[in-house]
Design a protein around this ligand. Structure first.
Ligand code: PAF
Length: 282
């Protein structure tokens, strides 16, 4: 497995691969890899001849300096996992290479509207940081496909919209959320939970499933369903942060025309904010 940190070297490698007629899938990560990331790699390998994984902790998408500072680096174990998964190349550029003029001077890409609602409202600038780095990685890696998990639902919708709006010739491959046998969605953040919190964490998906079943049965009003679910989470020891029942394509309130509903939730267990979501076909 190649490990590249210089864009010039990456460029030469990509040129060679394209001349050989190889197709490329990109899996963008911030490291701290787990089975969920490996599923993204597997999805990429199903589509393309070659998978390139980027590892870059993107300062532009953090709005809390502490979060960025404390973001763990697990490069050796990450590379070991990726090699075993059949990844061709890891691209791990430095911050100076990606943002040579600093993040404040960086030209950015922002998908209007949907970047500033839901999670974007709570984390101003976060999705601008995500769409900018993804655009840069698309230009650097020039993949045919790019795989993103459905767990970060809003991120996926925003990237798909950016690709449509800017006519980027890359097919976005959505990949199902990977869950532990308890139902808990896999996430790098699960590592931050202590034993007691870890035991409680699966209740998030349990409450989400209950709520989704009620939504599917057309039980209303949604405000009341949200209140009940929040209460249940709080009784289990969570501190519910947000809980939305929205139209999955507009990210706005459900209307009689809504075909697909997204149930999105975020709740704290101690200091750790866990997120999960479920799509309900109507
Ligand atoms: O989902 C993530 O890990 C990040 O937001 C991404 C897509 C790698 C962009 O930095």
């Amino acid at each position: 497995m190649l490990i590249i940190d210089q864009p010039t070297q990456l460029h030469a490698e990509i040129k060679k691969l394209k001349q050989q007629g190889k197709t490329i899938a990109l899996v963008a990560t911030m490291g701290m890899l787990h089975t969920g990331h490996i599923k993204l790699v597997e999805a990429g390998l199903q589509k393309a001849n070659i998978v390139i994984v980027s590892i870059f902790v993107n300062s532009m998408q953090f709005n809390n300096a502490n979060d960025l500072e404390n973001y763990p680096k697990t490069e050796d174990s990450d590379c070991k996992l990726l090699k075993e998964a059949g990844v061709y190349c890891v691209f791990k550029p430095s911050n100076e290479i990606i943002y040579p003029r600093g993040i404040d001077a960086q030209t950015y890409v922002e998908v209007p509207g949907i970047s500033n609602t839901l999670e974007g409202k709570l984390r101003p600038g976060h999705f601008r940081g995500v769409s900018t780095i993804i655009n840069k990685l698309f230009n650097l890696v020039q993949p045919d496909y790019a795989c993103f998990g459905r767990k970060d639902f809003q991120q996926l919708i925003i990237i798909q919209q950016m690709v449509n709006d800017l006519n980027i010739p890359i097919e976005i491959i959505p990949v199902e959320t990977q869950r532990e046998s308890s139902g808990l969605a896999m996430s790098s953040r699960n590592n931050n939970l202590n034993e007691n919190e870890r035991n409680k964490a699966p209740f998030l998906s349990a409450v989400m499933n209950e709520l989704s079943i009620k939504v599917k049965k057309n039980i209303t009003p949604h405000e009341q369903l949200i209140k009940t679910a929040s209460k249940r989470l709080n009784n289990y020891g969570f501190k519910t942060d947000v809980l939305y029942i929205i139209d999955s394509s507009t990210l706005k309130p459900v209307t009689p025309n809504t075909k697909e509903i997204a149930v999105l939730m975020a709740a704290f267990l101690g200091e750790t904010r866990l997120i999960d979501n479920q799509i309900v076909q109507m």
